[in-house]
Design a protein around this ligand. Structure first.
Ligand code: G
Ligand code: G
Ligand code: NA
Ligand code: MN
Length: 250
């Protein structure tokens, strides 16, 4: 396929770019973390979504090289930010379960000089499905290294609440689908329940996909949700722009 041929050349041709989307502390209004989001500036097709890139890169066996590039680039970028701002990097299940995942992460920290506690690895529930003991081991070693783990898109997929207490996790990102109908009783109670549970288990709680002030007010009301992310605060933006945002907010 054309896409595969192009993808092989894309790394060498420096056609990939990382955009960043802030996570904002709801009390202080300050940016706590910026999530790296992959973009491919294809010479003919224009911008290609990570949804189309990652699975193809996985099929081709290119995901290790691409993942290494993403991780290093994100860590290096974070070094340009204020010290209290972290970077979040998405890992697909295949990336998370690759053999040398720990060495990859250690290496990215080493070459960039980024302290481990400023790196957040975002995994989804599907990464927790397989090889339970192995998954446990990886998470424990990441903990020992000092890297943070976020459970992304929580509430989609398999949504087993047992994930929250079976696996050590620093942060839960409640999926934006929980905002649907949030101006009515039951969806709001559901979101608050999940947030409360996560907070009681000692995790930071993020709500994703916040687009309106009304949503922000409802989410902020009981003080359980620690951070928000969504178009209301900022869309994913290029690295240069995120530095401007950080200068303005810090
Ligand atoms: O940024 P956007 O909304 O297009 O992202 C779409 C999806 O692609 C999201 O689920 C996001 O987590 C995923 N994604 C974005 N960047 C990366 C990346 O660098 N690695 C992986 N594995 N997934 C990514
Ligand atoms: O799966 P993950 O949570 O990593 O996906 C992140 C994706 O969600 C990004 O591609 C980003 O473009 C998208 N996104 C971020 N904020 C919003 C929002 O407020 N509304 C909508 N519809 N999408 C968002
Ligand atoms: Na994510
Ligand atoms: Mn998400």
């Amino acid at each position: 396929r054309i896409l595969e041929l192009d993808l092989r050349k894309a790394l060498a041709n420096e056609e990939f770019e990382l955009f960043y989307q802030p996570l904002v502390n709801l009390k202080s209004g300050k940016i706590t973390t910026c999530e790296a989001l992959l973009r491919w500036n294809h010479p003919v097709r224009g911008t290609v979504s990570p949804v189309d890139i990652i699975p193809v890169a996985e099929d081709m066996g290119l995901i290790v090289d691409l993942g290494r590039w993403i991780l290093r680039r994100a860590c290096m970028e974070c070094m340009k930010w204020p010290e209290n701002v972290s970077v979040a990097v998405n890992f697909s299940p295949q990336q998370f379960h690759q053999r040398d995942v720990l060495s990859e992460i250690r290496y990215a920290l080493e070459v960039s000089g980024l302290p481990a506690h400023r790196l957040e690895i975002e995994i989804t529930e599907s990464s927790l499905l397989r090889n339970t003991q192995l998954t446990h081991d990886i998470l424990s070693q990441l903990h020992a290294l000092g890297v943070r783990i976020s459970l992304d898109d929580f509430g989609t997929g398999y949504s087993s609440l047992s994930y929250l207490h079976n696996f050590p996790m620093h942060k839960v990102k409640i999926d934006r689908s929980f905002l649907e109908g949030i101006d009515t009783d039951r969806p709001l109670m559901l979101l608050r329940g999940v947030a409360r549970l996560s907070a009681d288990l000692g995790m930071a709680v993020v709500v994703e996909g916040i687009e309106t002030n009304e949503q922000l007010e409802l989410i902020s009301a009981d003080g359980t949700v620690t951070e928000g992310q969504g178009y209301l605060f900022s869309r994913p933006v290029p690295a240069v722009r995120v530095r401007q945002l950080l200068n303005a907010s810090h």
